[in-house]
Design a binder for this molecule. Structure first.
Ligand SMILES: [Zn+2]
Length: 220
């Protein structure tokens, strides 16, 4: 299925979900016509079609908050695309990183100001860790680790890694999963301690698996 066979609606549009390549966070949803998709593929910059202004629109043309598109994916029935993007700056016109910063609770009420957002699990975890890091009032395990500094985090990372190793050697899958979770959590605390973002870690990982196995081994 190429550009001709896309399932355009009666206005010649398909829906586009712009998702951050590195973290998996959905940044925005908009529409694209054929020209917008062609322009996107040709320039690697996200283009859409504005229904309100009825014209082609390059993301960031006025704000500067562009999106570089790495890949374009198409759904089963051809009426929706995913742009996998590296966003520059916030993606929403309100200044929020993502347009999805409000939640509907189970009663259908609007909840503003959720700090973790609709993000994927690891990104949520990172945001919760950063919140605890910034909080002065709240006592938490995370806070006590961070206050203990690198020596304390080092001891915990080693301890958890050893427990994971033991679980891998001779314990149940449940134990392996649980210990792997502990390792990941403490690893993220270590990154928070150094003010390194999860995005930076994921960028290193995705660089590795985009190379061939041989190159990947050699680069470690
Ligand atoms: Zn928005």
């Amino acid at each position: 299925m190429g550009l001709n066979a896309l399932n355009y609606d009666d206005q010649g549009l398909v829906s586009v979900v712009a998702r951050e390549a590195q973290t998996g966070e959905v940044r925005m949803v908009a529409y694209a016509d054929r020209t917008a998709i062609e322009r996107t593929l040709k320039t690697s910059q996200a283009h859409f079609f504005s229904r309100t202004r009825q014209k082609l629109w390059k993301k960031g043309e006025s704000s500067g908050n562009t999106m570089t598109v790495r890949e374009v994916w198409i759904d089963c029935d051809g009426d929706t695309l995913i742009y996998l993007v590296d966003p520059k700056g916030p993606s929403c016109h309100t200044g929020a990183n993502t347009c999805f910063f409000r939640e509907l609770d189970s009663a259908g009420r609007l909840v503003e100001g959720s700090s973790v957002g609709a993000a994927p699990t690891l990104l949520r975890l990172e945001r919760i860790l950063r919140e605890r890091q910034a909080s002065t009032a709240e006592r938490s395990y995370t806070k006590s680790l961070l206050d203990g500094g690198p020596t304390k985090v080092d001891a915990k990372v080693r301890e958890e890694a050893e427990e994971l190793g033991q679980a891998l050697i001779g314990e149940s899958d449940d134990r392996v999963v649980s210990e792997a979770g502990d390792v990941l959590y403490h690893l993220l605390v270590g990154l928070a301690l150094r003010n390194i973002s999860l995005r930076d870690l994921l960028a290193v990982l995705s660089k590795r698996f985009s190379k061939s196995g041989h190159q990947e081994k050699a680069s470690r």
